[in-house]
Design a protein around this ligand. Structure first.
Ligand code: NAD
Ligand code: IPM
Ligand code: MN
Length: 358
């Protein structure tokens, strides 16, 4: 199979981890006789520095021409420390999601048994957890009108949903639920927010088309609590952009670390694959970042965009073997880890490649 992949490393640890997602794809192509070609493009602070624009036109053009995109992370402490800056790295990510119509962000909570002890949640509570989040990605308060009063003392972000935006992601989530354990939990704040009442109403309507799927509606505050109390109770979780952003960072602790969670953003055309974590200023440039979320994002690309299930499984198994053999990056090491097996970004990336090449 011939495929052209655009790699957008972005900023901070995005640069460090994405090279390993890319290298894993190249090794898979070699193993299975595929022809993957790669190009690179700028986004975020890296793009602002060179072009003044967090999403240069050239990046968008390359993205539209590619068969899939592997993205790292964007962000820089400079903007986080100065909210008054008008041009910001995050604008690049939001714009590319909107431009490419990436309205559904799939965030699987893939729990490797070897990492049960790496979580701050008790192993018996975690064991058997398997959740697939559907986070709406191109609507909500992220894209509603923003304003600031002339005296700068009042600010507003409009939380807005259109019915068709809820319908299209709900269909995707229900279709996934049909393939899994036929349970779907829709998370909202319909007791307070009008946009959530539209969300709930719409999901209730769509649910009628999937009578084989058991639907539950839950308020976001309760869901945040239940996720930690009893994560096994969830299977497919369908939620809005902001709630999904927050809930999935929380859910990363079920899998052991932010460094383990991959995601797939899909919608109207090309698929976009990204770890859920950010540019992590606190560890950037120190060879400390876990590259497995990027490698697992590459596995999602193989499966979802290219339909290469066996190749995707091979990649996940190579990650699993590294963990089974006791290797860890610092974020997933625990009291039982042999300190000689605590690896840096480069060493963990290389280890997975070595297993793939065997
Ligand atoms: P973050 O996800 O970058 O980091 C949160 C914590 O998780 C940090 O302690 C970090 O060290 C740790 N962590 C994250 N990824 C890790 C990995 N692969 N291995 C080991 N540890 C990891 O979130 P933040 O600190 O709130 O944000 C930092 C910057 O990243 C901000 O500028 C923010 O806007 C941006 N951001 C970007 C994205 C994205 O590009 N998709 C996502 C989230 C945050
Ligand atoms: C994510 C990030 C982004 C989001 C930011 C950086 C715009 O947190 O991908 O989860 O909120 O969607
Ligand atoms: Mn986030």
């Amino acid at each position: 199979m011939k495929k052209h992949i655009l790699v957008i490393p972005g900023d901070g640890i995005g640069q460090e981890v994405t090279q390993w997602g890319k290298a894993a794809l190249a090794q898979i192509a070699k193993n299975f006789g595929h022809e993957f070609t790669f190009d690179e493009a700028l986004m975020g602070h890296a793009a602002i520095e060179v072009t003044g624009n967090p999403l240069p036109d050239e990046t968008l053009e390359k993205a539209r021409k590619s068969d899939a995109i592997l993205f790292g992370a964007i962000g820089h402490a400079m903007y986080d420390n100065d909210p008054s800056l008008k041009v910001r790295p995050e604008q690049g990510l939001l714009k590319i999601r909107k431009e490419l119509g990436l309205y559904a962000n799939l965030r699987p909570i893939l729990l490797f048994d070897e990492l049960l002890e790496a979580s701050s949640i008790k192993a018996d509570i975690l064991q058997g957890t398997d959740i697939l989040f559907f986070r709406e990605l191109t609507g909500d308060v992220y894209f509603g009108e923003k304003s600031r009063s002339e005296d700068r003392n009042t600010a507003s972000d409009l939380m807005i949903y259109h019915k068709y935006e809820v319908e299209r992601i709900a269909h995707k989530a229900y279709q996934a639920a049909q393939q899994r354990s036929k349970r779907l939990c829709s998370v909202d704040k319909a007791n307070v927010l009008e946009s959530s009442r539209l969300w709930r109403e719409t999901v209730q309507e769509i649910a009628k088309q999937y009578p084989d799927v058991e639907t539950e509606h839950m308020f976001i505050d309760n869901a945040a609590m239940q996720l930690i109390k009893n994560p096994k109770k969830f299977d497919v979780v369908l939620t809005a952009n902001l709630f999904g952003d927050i809930l999935t960072d929380e859910a990363s602790q079920i899998a052991g670390s932010m460094g383990m969670l991959a995601s797939a953003s899909v919608g109207d055309g090309v698929g976009f694959y990204e770890p859920i974590h950010g540019s992590a200023h606190d560890i950037a440039g120190k060879n400390l970042a876990n590259p497995l979320a990027s490698i697992l994002s590459a596995a999602l690309m193989l499966e979802i965009s290219f339909g290469l299930k066996e190749e995707a499984t091979t990649l996940v198994n190579a990650v699993d073997k590294a963990l089974k053999d006791g290797y860890r990056t610092g974020d997933i090491a625990d009291q039982n880890t042999d300190t000689a097996k605590v690896l840096g970004t480069q060493e963990m990336g290389q280890l997975v490649l070595t297993y793939l090449a065997q």
